[in-house]
Unconditional design. Structure first.
Length: 170
C-alpha cells in the first residue's frame, strides 16, 4: 500500500493506493469518493485517525473494536455540565453533596454513556436538567463509598433519554 499526503492551505488530503483504486480521505471538504472510483469497499491495513466528522451512508461492518476515548472529570460544585464534545463516554467522580447535571453538545441519534463514581465519602446525589427517564423517575444512585453506576442515554435532538441504568457494579 502506498500513502501520499498533500497539504494545500486549509485542506489536507491523504490518498491510499490499492491497485487500480485510489481511495482518498479528505479533511475539511465534502466529496463522494465512492462514485469517483466505482467501489463500495474501503479497507485499511493500518490505523486511520479522523480528526473531524465522518459520515457514513449505508451499512457499515466493523470486524474489530471501535473505541471512544473516556473523558474523566471530578465535580464538587453544585452544578456541572457534561460536554459530549469531549467524548461519548464520560467518567464522573462525584465529590460534592448534590450536583445538578446538564448535558450539552449531543448529536441526534447518538448514544452516550456516563460512568458515575462516588468518592471515598459516598452518599452523593445527582439531579438532571435535560434528561428523561422511564416512568419519569430518575434512578437512585448507589450511595456507598467508591460505588459505580452507569447510565446510558440516546439523544433525540432535544432530550437525553435514559435507555439503561446499571447499579452498584463491582
Amino acid at each position: 500500500m502506498k500513502k501520499l499526503v498533500f497539504f494545500m492551505g486549509f485542506m489536507s488530503m491523504i490518498i491510499y493506493s490499492y491497485g487500480q483504486y485510489n481511495i482518498g480521505i479528505y479533511d475539511k471538504i465534502n466529496c463522494d469518493i465512492f462514485k469517483k472510483y466505482k467501489t463500495n469497499v474501503i479497507q485499511f491495513d493500518d490505523s486511520v485517525t479522523i480528526k473531524n466528522n465522518l459520515s457514513v451512508t449505508g451499512t457499515s461492518v466493523f470486524t474489530k473494536q471501535i473505541s471512544v476515548t473516556m473523558y474523566i472529570q471530578s465535580y464538587a460544585t453544585p452544578a456541572m455540565t457534561i460536554d459530549f464534545n469531549n467524548s461519548n463516554n464520560q467518567k464522573v467522580i462525584l465529590t460534592g453533596a448534590t450536583t445538578d447535571i446538564t448535558f450539552s453538545n449531543g448529536s441526534s441519534g447518538a448514544i452516550y454513556r456516563l460512568l458515575i463514581y462516588q468518592d471515598g465519602t459516598g452518599g452523593r446525589l445527582l439531579t438532571y436538567a435535560n434528561a428523561k427517564f422511564p416512568g419519569g423517575v430518575a434512578p437512585v444512585l448507589t450511595s456507598t463509598l467508591n460505588a459505580l453506576d452507569i447510565l446510558t442515554f440516546v439523544f433525540d435532538g432535544t432530550n437525553y433519554n435514559c435507555i439503561g441504568f446499571a447499579t452498584d457494579l463491582k
